[in-house]
Design a protein around this ligand. Structure first.
Ligand code: GUN
Ligand code: FE
Length: 498
């Protein structure tokens, strides 16, 4: 890793040239070939022209600029991915959930880890890693939950700010149903500590250009009515976004029913405290009733779909098509460490599969099974533009449009090299009694996706969605600033030699 990269250097205006792929709508994959995108020194897209960099520059009277080109015929620029729901503090537990379900998982795995962030040293180690890791997967923006601890939550904001990742930072509020040492003493404590984090973030980034605070009541079972009501008033008075969990697991729903007997349902609990607003991100929404879907749609609240987590914790299969048809904005969330992966691409892939599980279930119930299935373009839309709508960055990030900011990744897939195969040579090498292997044929540092050269762009994108990983992310930018270069010894050489 080039350490200078982390310093805030003045940016030069840049022309990106090559193939650009994005999803302007949920059902369109737009491919712009031989195109120049001009990005200002403040990271804003100034022009998009089907011209060479030289011609585009002269058309726009740009005399000095840097040029960044796609390195091959199987590489392309794609918008940065948006993780609309994740717990930075739970990152060390990724992959650890055994066969638990939500409520036992919280007690066994989650609260013990989260409560340890009284240690700033631990917070520093974990949060630096989370931000580096998610950037390496092309995540340019994340809505984070931290823990109840103010200093370590502030540190997460500092790290995102200095590494240049866009983030919403949530100090977790909870005044019941967790171990006594990991709980807000009172609603007043929850509010004061939330204010402290807000003040820190406002000092760090007064305009909220990169980092914004987000009010974070953990979920209804963790918060008393007084806590929910206090936080709701605060969010409203300060015009802040809010994030929480909803309808993830059936035992959780039962628990909410018993804790809030006066409310008709889970969504009704939040609504009764005015927590369902157009600035609210609700994670999961797996088991919503039709009335709840209508209510959330009417309030304009957003849903973060977390299929990896929902399968891992056997929470269920969310009906994304139903949410979309109701007009709800949906984004994707890794929900680490309910989810086992830091990658939003993995979440998009699992959203495809879970939608097919829903399709099968619908078919068994005599409904049209085809309807539920999400398409490649749709899940990539949810990962980019859809996510942007969920975090209040509609029109700012998520696509390639004049006026948007350059939050992007350079994706490169390995083209199978016909020249590696010498006719006749295979039989000699593989016929070897000693048992030979041909180590020239595979470059495993380039990731597992094989492109043969005859694929259309949509086919290439589908292959990336199903098989791609961080080895395919050569570079990542946020607001025009380079924030990640594929790193690590031999891998970095591959990028630098391009
Ligand atoms: N509900 C309340 N807290 C959590 C959490 O940390 N993760 C998930 N997935 N659901 C929750
Ligand atoms: Fe979560």
């Amino acid at each position: 890793m080039n350490h200078n990269m982390h310093e805030q250097q003045p940016l030069r205006q840049t022309i990106y040239y090559g193939t650009f792929i994005h999803t302007p709508t949920p059902t369109t994959l737009s491919v712009l070939e031989k195109t120049s995108i001009g990005v200002s020194s403040t990271g804003t897209i100034i022009f998009i022209e089907p011209l060479s960099p030289t011609d585009a520059a002269s058309k726009h009277s740009w005399s000095t600029y840097t040029t960044t080109r796609t390195p091959s015929s199987t590489s392309f620029f794609f918008p940065g991915l948006i993780d609309t729901h994740t717990h930075a503090s739970q990152y060390p537990n990724v992959g650890l959930f055994g066969s638990s379900t939500l409520l036992s998982w919280l007690e066994t795995y989650t609260f013990p880890l989260e409560s340890s962030y009284t240690s700033l040293a631990r917070a520093r180690t974990v949060y630096r890693r989370v931000v580096a890791r998610t950037l390496s997967h092309g995540t340019t923006c994340a809505a984070y939950y931290a823990t109840i601890h103010v200093p370590s939550t502030n540190l997460l904001a500092d790290i995102c700010h200095s590494r240049g990742q866009r983030a919403l930072i949530g100090r977790v509020c909870m005044d019941r149903m967790s171990p006594e040492h990991y709980r807000d003493e009172s609603p007043a404590t929850a509010l004061q500590h939330t204010k402290d984090v807000t003040a820190h973030i406002r000092a760090l980034d007064p305009e909220g250009a990169l980092i914004r605070p987000i009010v974070t009541p953990r979920f209804a079972p963790s918060c008393t009515s007084a806590c929910l009501s206090t936080l709701s008033s605060y969010a409203e008075s300060e015009d802040l976004w809010t994030q929480t969990h909803i309808s993830e697991n059936s035992s959780e729903i039962e628990l909410v029913r018993s804790l809030f007997p006066g409310s008709p349902n889970y969504a009704g609990v939040y609504d009764c405290f005015d927590l369902l607003t157009p600035k609210t991100i609700l994670a999961h929404a797996v088991h919503l009733t039709p009335e709840e879907v209508r209510l959330i749609a009417a309030r304009g609240s957003k849903v973060s779909h977390c299929p990896v987590s929902n399968s891992a914790l056997t929470s269920g299969a969310a009906e994304v098509r139903t949410l979309l048809d109701a007009g709800i904005d949906v984004g994707l969330g890794t929900d680490m460490s309910g989810g086992y992966s830091a990658s939003v691409l993995e979440v998009a892939r699992q959203a495809m599969l879970v939608s097919r599980v829903v399709a099968l279930r619908d078919g068994e119930r005599g409904r049209d099974g085809e309807k539920a299935k999400l398409g490649v373009e749709e899940v990539l839309y949810l990962a980019t533009k859809g996510g942007a709508r969920c975090v209040g960055l509609e029109g700012v990030v998520g696509g390639f449009e004049v006026g948007m900011e350059w939050d992007a990744q350079l994706v490169s897939l390995e083209k199978v090299d016909a020249g590696s195969f010498v006719d006749g040579a295979e039989s000699e090498r593989f016929g070897d009694e000693q048992g030979g292997y041909d180590d020239d044929v595979l470059d495993q540092t380039a990731g597992p996706v094989d492109i043969f050269g005859w694929e259309s762009w949509p086919d290439l994108v589908a292959k990336w969605l199903y098989g791609g990983d961080d080895r395919n992310v050569l570079k990542v930018w946020v607001r025009g600033r380079l924030v990640h270069v594929l790193g690590g010894g031999a891998l970095r050489e591959r990028v630098e030699n391009d």
